[in-house]
Ligand binder design. Structure first.
Ligand code: ZN
Ligand code: ZN
Length: 237
C-alpha cells in the first residue's frame, strides 16, 4: 500500500507547492483531501508525475477550506467523479459538489470504497464550538490496518477507537495526518502518545494541525517509527 503525500506545509523540493492543508494519494487511485488551492494541487500532481485520469475517487475528510480547496479544480477536469463526504457536511459544500457535477456519496458507517481501502463514515466533531463532522481513511496494509486523518476534529483517540472496534482483533498499525493538537499542552499530548502506545500503534505521523510541539513529542517517543509527511514523499507499507 503506497501513500503519496501530495500537499503539506513542507515539501521535499522547491518545485512543489506548499501551504496550509493536506492531501495524499493512496495506491494511485484514491485522493484523500485536496489542500488549500487547486493550482497547488495540480502543480504537485504534475511535478509528481501523477496522471489525474487514473484517480478514481476523492475522499474529503471534512468541510474546511484547507482540505476542500483543490476539489473544485479537480471536478472541473474530472466531471462525474465520486466525492465521498459526510451526511452533515454543510449544504453549501454539497450544492457546490453537485453544481460541479461531482457524484456526492455521504456515508455514516465504515464502508469499503476500494480494495483494502475504507472510510470511517461520519464521526461527530466540533471546531470553534460549531459542529464539524469528519471522516478518516482506513487502509489495510501488509502490516495491519492504518488510519489517515484530515484534521481529527472529533479527536484523534475517538477516531482510533472507532477503527479498532471495527476490526477486532487487529491492532492499528499506523496513524498519520492531522491530529489537531496545536493548541494542546505537553501533558495532554504525552497522554495521547501513551494511549497510542498502550493500543500498540506501531507508527505515527502527526502533521498539519498536529502542531510543532506534538510533532516533537511524537518524534521523540516513536524514534524510527515516526513518519515524516512532506509533499513528494511516499509512505510504503
Ligand atoms: Zn486542516
Ligand atoms: Zn479542519
Amino acid at each position: 500500500m503506497k501513500v503519496r503525500i501530495i500537499f503539506n506545509s513542507e515539501a521535499v523540493c522547491e518545485h512543489l507547492s506548499t501551504g496550509w492543508g493536506f492531501s495524499c494519494l493512496v495506491n494511485n487511485e484514491i485522493l484523500f483531501d485536496t489542500g488549500e488551492k487547486g493550482s497547488y494541487l495540480f502543480n504537485n500532481l504534475a511535478k509528481m508525475d501523477i496522471d489525474i485520469a487514473k484517480i478514481k475517487k476523492v475522499v474529503i475528510s471534512h468541510d474546511h477550506w484547507d482540505h476542500t480547496g483543490g476539489l473544485w479544480k479537480l471536478l472541473e477536469k474530472r466531471k462525474g467523479m465520486e466525492v465521498y463526504a459526510c451526511p452533515n457536511f454543510s449544504e453549501q459544500f454539497k450544492q457546490k459538489v453537485k453544481k460541479a457535477q461531482g457524484v456526492l456519496i455521504e456515508l455514516k458507517e465504515i464502508s469499503a470504497i476500494a480494495q483494502d481501502i475504507f472510510v470511517t463514515g461520519e464521526i461527530p466533531g466540533t471546531y470553534n464550538n460549531k459542529d464539524m463532522p469528519e471522516q478518516a481513511l482506513i487502509i489495510n496494509t501488509k502490516n495491519g490496518m492504518s488510519i489517515i486523518t484530515g484534521c481529527a476534529h472529533p479527536g484523534i483517540l475517538k477516531i482510533l477507537r472507532k477503527v479498532k472496534a471495527a476490526f477486532p482483533p487487529q491492532e492499528v498499525y499506523a496513524i498519520l495526518g492531522g491530529f489537531h493538537l496545536k493548541n494542546e499542552d505537553e501533558i495532554m499530548i504525552e497522554g495521547i502518545v501513551d494511549v497510542f502506545q498502550s493500543m500498540k500503534v506501531k507508527k505515527a505521523g502527526p502533521t498539519h494541525c498536529s502542531g510543532k510541539k506534538a510533532e516533537m513529542i511524537f518524534r521523540k517517543e516513536y524514534g524510527d517509527n515516526f513518519i515524516t509527511l512532506k509533499a513528494g514523499e511516499t509512505v510504503d507499507f
